[in-house]
Design a protein around this ligand. Sequence first.
Ligand code: DGJ
Length: 712
Amino acid sequence: MPVTLPLVTFDPDLGLAVLRTAHSVYALRVAADGSPRHVYWGAPLDTEALAALPEAASPAASSFEADAAADELAPQTGARFGPAGLQVRFADGTRGAQWHFAGHTVDGGELRLRLEDRRRPLRAELCYRVRADSDVVERWTELSHAGAAEDGAADRRAPITVNRLDSASWTAPALPDYRLSHLVGGWNSEFQLQRDRLPVAELVLTSRRGLTGHHAAPWLALDDGTADEERGEVWSTALAWSGSWRVTVHRDPVGRTTWTGGFGHEGIGWTLRPGETLRTPVYGGLYTRHGFGGASRAWHAHVRRHVLPEPGRDRPVLYNSWEATGFDVDEAGQIRLAHLAARVGAELFVLDDGWFGTRRDDRSGLGDWTPRPEAFPRGLRPLADEVHRLGMEFGLWVEPEMVNPDSELYRAHPDWTVHSAHLDATELRNQLVLNFARPEVEAWAYETLDRLVRENAVDWLKWDANRPFTETCGGGGHDPDRVWIDHTRAVHRVMDRLRADHPGLRIEACAGGGGRVDLGILARTDQAWTSDNTDAVDRLDIQHGFSQLFPAQTMAAWVTDSPNPATGRSTPLRFRFHVAMAGALGLGGDLTRWSEDELAEAAELVARYKEIRPLVQRGVQHRVAPSGPVTAVHYAAPDDSEHVLLVRRPATRFGHHPAPVRLPALDPGARYVDLDLKREYSGAVLVGRGIDPRLPAGDYASSLIRLRRVDS
Ligand code: DGJ
């Protein structure tokens, strides 16, 4: 339901700002000390009621807690002892800002609060944006040095050190208890959902790797410990940043929980020069009373409407050669695979690592983006042309931010890496990181990729990044600390330029699997490679975690060989498909070793996926059986006309029959027909009792159930 009241109002007399989303309200007030303080975030309330609310103050009554109200961005001065969202140091050693409120602007759904330091040339704008068709409040901060380099007064021209500039600080209401949901993992085990009671402590979720990271995600959800998939109040936030980041959650001993987050990590400063503005990435937050499923659906809707560059475009069924060939790629072998991929219904053929320079393994060639002559003596164009002739698009793997020391690029530009000349550089996967913060490196990357795309009629780039940052420095006279932010900004810029200059080009985000998936990278890519672990059983958990924030169309999922190369587990082809069909389906096995029967079954299942693709990629996702021996996801057409259910049971227990799966999203007053069984059900039965999951006996059982609403 779109909002009809103004999206944003600001009452200058009360200093009260009210932001309305489709199903929630966010309110704050500028306090007497000039600092914006949190007032309310939750179910809709009218402005009169909000005006009567006090600021979210600390319940502790003593001089030790005097100023401890919840700031929208705590400035490290006053009696504030929680994690500061802004940490600055002036040239004379003074730390912290003291604000004077200098005014506001409202422009449609955007609110800006202007703050000026009472004595120093420092200004901040706390920025908010809401939209009528989303529940997300987007927030960011712009911090400016208001002095000038030529100013006579030394303190107006001296740079200001910014030790922390968060995008936003958030405050949960007083709840009887707090529980934190977040994502943890590692390579091959990304997006594991962790749901624990929040301790009375400061808890830091962070990445110090220069990448979003496999091990943590800049997303969290907070509830009082009683929410479930469909019910309960949930507050959830996600940072749109693809480099190092930090979110500090603080549950204090007197019962309040706040969290503050942004780019960078501890120990990294930004020297703000006179006249300069530092703008943070967007940190979005949403409130729902429809549980974790409601929170995910609200995120998915937001990502589709306001993050993804081309949400309406079908994600193609792709074939990727990596698990089939490793580095052992050549023209003949790839053409053989391309024919088989086309036969089973792939729409995009992606040539992965190993096609360039001297690259026969991970020891050399990275950085030399010209086809390897022994493998592609005629260049890549004949393969691209054959792929196109077969009716597929042509995709190419690249890893533009990295270099092997054993490469022509490194020999020509040893100073182009981020690594300090005064420390031994740690090689990971035999490679170093190129410093995209240097304009000449960014320019080289853009030109190289632009040439590759143009010369080889590339429709799709798989942009990989296989190591984190270590021993980072600026190089070439650049400020070493800026690398952490400027590198990521440059990666985003190169992707944006490529898309702008090659309309139609699509980009898949990858960092050794799901090491760089966030709302920042998804603003310039179409989907993300979820994990190098393609084992269908492990994928169930990975996909469950991924779906907390990201919609299914962004979740690349391949069907690969059995036994799985990562885990050695053998699973039936149908089970592997029914897991991968829950996202953007791909194939990644060695099709030359699949039997005729397997190829025929794969072709049938790919065809079936194309039928349900509009529902999976553009429908509304409900995790109807999120845990237990049977897991199921339900994708509903927004108008309730069509539904698909994917049910998976990795292991049978005691020979018990699986329980019916309830479908709470259906209309109890409607009737639905099972398109395969041709059997009709009442919606009330499917909502209240559930549908028989129709699982065959045994392990790795799965089913795909399609329902259509029957007009009465
Ligand atoms: C890591 C990626 O996640 C894989 O899919 C593959 O592209 C390899 N890199 C290639 O080196």
